[in-house]
Ligand binder design. Sequence first.
Ligand code: ARG
Length: 590
Amino acid sequence: MSQSILQTLSVHLGTAFSAINLPAEYGRVTISDKSAPFQCNGAMAAAKLAKKSPRDIAALIVQRLAGNTDIALAEIAGPGFINLTPSDILLKSRIDDLAVDARVGAIKADVLEKIVVDFGGANVAKPMHVGHLRSAVIGEALKRLLRFRGHTVIGDVHLGDWGLQMGHLISELQEEQPDLIYFDAGVKNGYPEDSPVTMTDMSRLYPQASAKSKNDPERLKKSQIATAELQAGRPGYRALLEHFIRVSIEYLKKGYGELGVEYDLWKGEASVDPLIGGMIDAMKAQGITEESDGALIIPVDDNYDMEKRKGIPPVMLRARTGAVLYHTTDLATLLDRKNEINPDLILYVVDQRQATHFEQVFRAAVKAGWYKRTQLEHLGFGTVNGKDGKPFTTRAGGVLKLSDLTEMMRTAAAERLEKSGIGQDFGSVERADIANKVGMAALKFADLQNQRTTNYVFDVERFVSFEGKTGPYLLYAAVRIKSLLRKASKAGVEPGEIIPLHQAEQRLVLTLDGFNRALASAEAKRMPHILCDHVYTLAQAFSKFYADCPVLADDVPNDLKSSRLALAALTLRQLELGLNLLGIETPERM
Ligand code: ARG
């Protein structure tokens, strides 16, 4: 793949700086939104070193660029900026390369790594909340992006299946059905294959137990004991746990599947239980643990001040009660990943509010010598709020069911499509498919386009709008190109050589040129919104092109028709590719 237009210009400018005995780095070119598409500010930076005024340096550079066939115009502006317009030759050679490239200009990362992405993190039995949804949507986009950049990526859902919620389930099931074989302490094996509970049962049992426990310490105690016995290995409870996990995974696979979210690993907290005993012994032997009030801890901050609550508190490896905690299962998971995968990097896509938790766990893992600190990253995200500014819940309040949410998006999309009169003459199956795609695109793009760390307001009406920076707007742009391609094919117009002459065509080429840059930057910053910005800019550049440059009109010469058609087809390829990396699918027509 050829280098981008920006890189080519940087090389030329770098050479010019070298030629006047200044470091080539000053030749770095950036995108500009001023009179020319690019600019170089190196003359200002070089002034001190060169002991010349920036404008004098800029004049020398511009002189050196004279006759360069890749540059149409190099102009000095203000105190010494150099504004740059690439030549038609450069645009043409770059677009020729993009047109035949299956990856539409996207190259692979320089250093390819093995990366675990820990995302989703739903809890067995406990209801999902909108934070889990964010994690799934952002994690899926990062997984796809990193994979496309050439890395080996392993997505792990890391189910929450080892806490008090399991004790709640077990003890509540026992209250409802005390005669089940799982509760007979005398039985050690030979449990039935079929689960005694369905997902519906579980979503009844957990809230029931949790509500009862709130006002009744005795009831809570039962759940705590059941949790402790489960963790200690009571066979009947282990057998129940397996049922609970299996039933949940089946349910979650469906829910995540509807969202286009896929996992390579369906591991969870419970799956690393066998490692915990040995891990704790080894950490003790290393001398990194301490006894504190009967609990076993790992201090991770020399300056931690418990009184003033300053610094990072120690990791809780084992509570006074003997129970293992969230810290413990996350550490054991790190050990498991080291043993089974040995990744270069682990990314945790989890609510920002868990930042301290991860800092603690990461420091302990570094202390244990398993990882370097740079191999572990918590990618936090902000909360999703309702219009009232409080964390978002569905209308029913409280519990958020993934299926309710996706259904709500589908319905809102269907209503919006109907209002806009889109697809009303299509069959009902196709209409439902379109509504689904529009709804999912609305949901995902609304989430991903925000800088990951910020909070945003959940506003279905705005999300499903066809105007503005929305998922539906982007789908509409893609579908518009598809329809153009169909019309062209009917009219017998074939895509041909692309000759970008019109200003709107050149803008579009320059936007297409930025794809790789957006991908690389989204990877480096772990920020999918950078890719969102790119696809949105691309759709806008296409709109402008489509408004200014007729493609199939009668008075357009044939080679121009073919050129514009090819440019449109290329735009569609990049747009669909970008959307796909965001986890967004486009319909064939709307
Ligand atoms: N289950 C956790 C929760 O609901 C999220 C898990 C995140 N991943 C992790 N390795 N801790 O908060």
